[in-house]
Design a protein around this ligand. Structure first.
Ligand SMILES: [Zn+2]
Length: 485
């Protein structure tokens, strides 16, 4: 177990997280710079796994996804290459990106949960039809069984002493519930809270994933021959519940207690089907999470809510004074400013100076904005080394020049962009978002714990060493040697 493992870039979001775990590198190289980002050429927001060339398989809506935007190979790609495609690679997830990015460019299957039908689906990038085992799994309608349950704490409620009280003002309330308190009668709540999608917001979203993973092991015959196969599993209900309640709730603590039992059951299944000692597991997270900002404020700890649209409007107005009639700002996104380069065409002696002035003015305005801690100009971003320590290093490693804006900024600790005073989010360069558990277990792994510093990009190279195969193409991490047997 690694107790001091961290993400080493911003933004600490799901898409970049999954991509970095499996490629052993950061957004600057693998290109997954956010869950969604502004595409300058297309002049619109694009999703990290969005692909209009694809159509869904197993449903009619959504499902237009593929790994087309992932620029480097994954450890799963490398296993495919090393075994002349004989290794099987399968991914299971609640979110599409949690199955698409881990399994790389040539898996045998990637399946994710469709909240509108309660089925697992895929896209035409992978298959034209769901395999028989997946169809059979969907026919069981497990989500209906879970949605008939009542969610009560697993332990007597007074034993949840490491988190806050049940009736907390910092938790999001489900429709039809006056308070965010146990018990949650899912059969009554499902109608007004997303129906099948509600499963993902309960601990049974994780149970569903484990059951689908078992079905994939059996259906694809994973671990049945001498060639190593790779199964990627993303338990996303911890994230969904965490966003609603923050990290300090009984709901989230209970979800983790239940996930622990789900994992125990799944490993028992693997012991039986694949054989004890015949498989290696790694377990990590795609990001951490911030304490609820309002809770911190109420406790007199600096924190805050950053209003991006408010800053964008203020910035545009400010620039009008200096560049009347000109549209200088193309877009303000997740901690980046895209400058409208067309506003600076013409005589380069004049336009170049104007652009420098505009960059300087934007920097000054952002630095004067409450909640913004640091601003990075194009020059700093280009000149900084990818090995740099501290916040700037994290910005540089998260910055892909073709997919990011011109100016990057980071917020003060405890600040984030989020809709309300209940629930929380992640994405920052600070330790609450970067510090994640990394556990290795099983074949080839020495038991024990390490407090040495490691980055998320070390996981894939460690697997390469264990598998005796090439590192993923863009890998910048190093194998974690102290865990190797
Ligand atoms: Zn999240």
């Amino acid at each position: 177990m690694l107790r001091n493992a961290h993400y080493n870039y911003v933004p600490t979001e799901t898409g970049p997280g999954h991509a970095s775990v499996y490629t052993g590198t950061t957004p600057a190289i693998h290109g997954i710079v956010a869950n969604d980002w502004y595409d300058r050429a297309l002049k619109k927001e694009v999703n990290c796994v969005g692909d209009d060339q694809q159509t869904p398989v197993g449903t009619t809506k959504g499902g237009k996804v593929s790994p087309a935007r992932l620029l480097s190979t994954t450890i799963t790609d490398e296993l495919k290459i090393a075994t002349q495609m004989r290794a099987k690679v399968v991914g299971i997830s609640i979110k599409d990106r949690g199955a698409v990015l881990p399994t790389g460019h040539m898996p045998d299957g990637a399946y994710w949960y469709d909240g509108s039908t309660g089925n697992f689906i895929t896209s035409t990038y992978y298959k034209t039809e769901l395999p028989a085992w997946a169809q059979k799994f969907n026919q069981q309608k497990l989500p209906d069984q879970f949605l008939a349950l009542e969610w009560k704490p697993l332990l007597p409620i007074d034993q949840y002493t490491e988190v806050s009280v049940d009736d907390s003002p910092y938790e999001w309330k489900w429709k039809g519930k006056e308070k965010a308190t146990f018990p949650y009668k899912l059969s009554e709540l499902r109608k007004d809270n997303g129906n099948y999608d509600l499963v993902a917001n309960t601990p049974w979203g994780n149970t569903l994933i484990a059951e689908m993973a078992k079905a994939a092991v059996a259906g694809e015959g994973l671990g049945k021959d001498a060639i190593t196969d790779f199964l990627t599993v993303s338990f996303s209900s911890t994230d969904r519940i965490g966003h609603g309640t923050g990290p300090n709730s009984i709901e989230l603590a209970d979800t983790y207690l239940r996930l622990d039992k789900t994992l125990e059951d799944f490993f028992n299944y693997l012991d039986k089907e694949v054989g004890k000692g015949n498989y290696t597991v790694f377990l990590t997270a795609d990001h951490g999470v911030a304490e609820v900002a309002q809770y911190m404020k109420d406790k007199r700890v600096p924190a805050g809510y950053f209003r991006r649209s408010y800053v964008e409007a203020g910035l545009k107005e400010y620039l009008q004074k200096h560049f009347p009639g000109k549209d200088i700002i193309e877009k303000v996104t997740t901690e980046q400013v895209f400058i409208n380069q067309q506003a600076f065409e013409g005589d380069p002696r004049v336009a170049g100076i104007d652009l420098m002035v505009a960059t300087d003015l934007i920097t000054k305005y952002l630095l004067a904005t409450e909640g913004i801690a640091q601003v990075f100009t194009p020059t700093t971003l280009r000149q900084a080394s990818p090995d740099e320590v501290g916040i700037r290093g994290k910005v540089v490693r998260g910055f892909h020049p073709k997919r990011c804006g011109d100016i990057a900024f980071v917020l003060e600790p405890g600040w984030y962009s989020w809709g309300g005073v209940t629930g929380s989010t992640h994405g920052s360069a600070y330790t609450y978002d970067t510090h994640i558990p990394v556990l290795f277990y099983g074949a080839g792994i020495k038991p024990g714990a390490s407090t040495q510093f490691h980055t998320i990009t070390d996981i894939a190279p460690t697997l390469s060493v264990l598998l005796k195969i090439k590192f993923p193409s863009g890998a910048t991490g190093q194998p974690v040697t102290e865990i190797l047997d």
